[in-house]
Design a binder for this molecule. Structure first.
Ligand SMILES: NC(=O)c1ccc[n+]([C@@H]2O[C@H](COP(=O)([O-])OP(=O)(O)OC[C@H]3O[C@@H](n4cnc5c(N)ncnc54)[C@H](OP(=O)(O)O)[C@@H]3O)[C@@H](O)[C@H]2O)c1
Length: 286
């Protein structure tokens, strides 16, 4: 695990997102697993200001539109789009601007790089032109291939990386985080719960010592809060996405920010549990 803190002016709940250059609440909200527009207003009232959005995020579009209209400069809109050719990316960005009624997107992320979108000359030229035109502030990607992500961190035009990182999948600590210092891109993580595997009792239980922290005492499995605190305790991660299915889950997950980082004993325990889940539960899709 790396110990150097490369993120300046950071508290546990807020940091400056490089390249976008705005202060962000360190839990980004993904509204495609069940939230609606009223949940966006609710999260914004509690400090959230990073909104993952895509053409399919219909139930939260109105809510995001309303919160960003009030104070556009205080919010970060990160659009997840697709495209293998430049003109498709431009169309996607321009549709996003129209649907959200905004002049610019803070980040346009090429979704699932290598599968549903490509990093090629045609796409990169259009994204650089869109930056020049002020229609996007930063170029991003959502990427599953960690080693490739590490290489792109060292040498590419990509400003913000959306990557898998959680207590079960810690490979970003070797493949990605050591490569950040050269260009200092933004790091946004997803899968804090590892597709629920970390918060669901295992079919084959594992032996763990007692939880060293405060309540709850009935762990494992991890609580969702532990999952997000694990990710956000890593100083390389600017923010973690959360994809709650409803208001109750949203409230629970936002509480992780109030709790602060895991202490060293809690961190060691969560890391060990994640390791055992990885060994016990080999469901690595990517
Ligand atoms: N996962 C990926 O491979 C992937 C890849 C690229 C992009 N993304 C995007 O990244 C965003 C975030 O996704 P994520 O996978 O990181 O979401 P996440 O926050 O890990 O949440 C995933 C699931 O965990 C459960 N959960 C979350 N909070 C909970 C709580 N408090 N109590 C009980 N269960 C809880 C919910 O499952 P139930 O609905 O079953 O309760 C939720 O759908 C989404 O927009 C997603 O589309 C994800």
């Amino acid at each position: 695990m790396t110990t150097e803190n490369p993120i300046s002016s950071t508290t546990f709940s807020r940091t400056r997102l490089p390249m976008v250059n705005k202060q962000v609440f360190r839990m980004g909200i993904a509204g495609n697993y069940g939230l609606d527009s009223s949940d966006i207003a609710f999260a914004a009232d509690r400090g959230a200001n990073y909104w993952l959005w895509g053409a399919g995020f219909k139930k939260v579009t109105q809510g995001i539109k309303e919160v960003i209209q009030q104070e556009r400069e205080k919010h970060v809109v990160a659009m997840l789009g697709y495209g293998v050719l430049g003109w498709q990316v431009r169309k996607s960005v321009e549709n996003g601007l129209r649907k959200l009624n905004t002049d610019y997107l803070d980040v346009f992320k090429l979704g699932w790089l290598g599968r549903t979108s490509f990093y090629n000359g045609s796409v990169v030229d259009v994204l650089l032109k869109l930056k020049e035109e002020g229609k996007i502030k930063a170029m991003g990607t959502s990427i599953h291939d960690r080693k490739w992500a590490g290489r792109l961190c060292l040498d590419s035009k990509i400003d913000v990386f959306m990557i898998r990182y959680n207590a079960k999948h810690t490979g970003a600590e070797e493949d990605i985080f050591p490569h950040l210092a050269k260009r200092n891109p933004g790091i946004v993580s997803y899968t804090a719960t590892a597709w629920r595997q970390l918060i669901t009792p295992l079919k084959k239980p594992v032996e763990m010592p007692p939880w060293p922290g405060e309540a709850p005492s009935d762990v494992p499995p991890l609580t969702p809060e532990m999952c997000y605190r694990f990710v956000l305790s890593n100083p390389h991660v600017h923010l973690a996405l959360t994809g709650p299915k409803d208001r109750d889950q949203l409230i629970q997950n936002l509480k992780a920010l109030e709790k602060g980082p895991l202490n060293p004993d809690e961190m060691a325990w969560v890391r060990e549990y994640g390791r055992q889940v990885h060994t016990n539960h080999r469901m690595d899709y990517f």
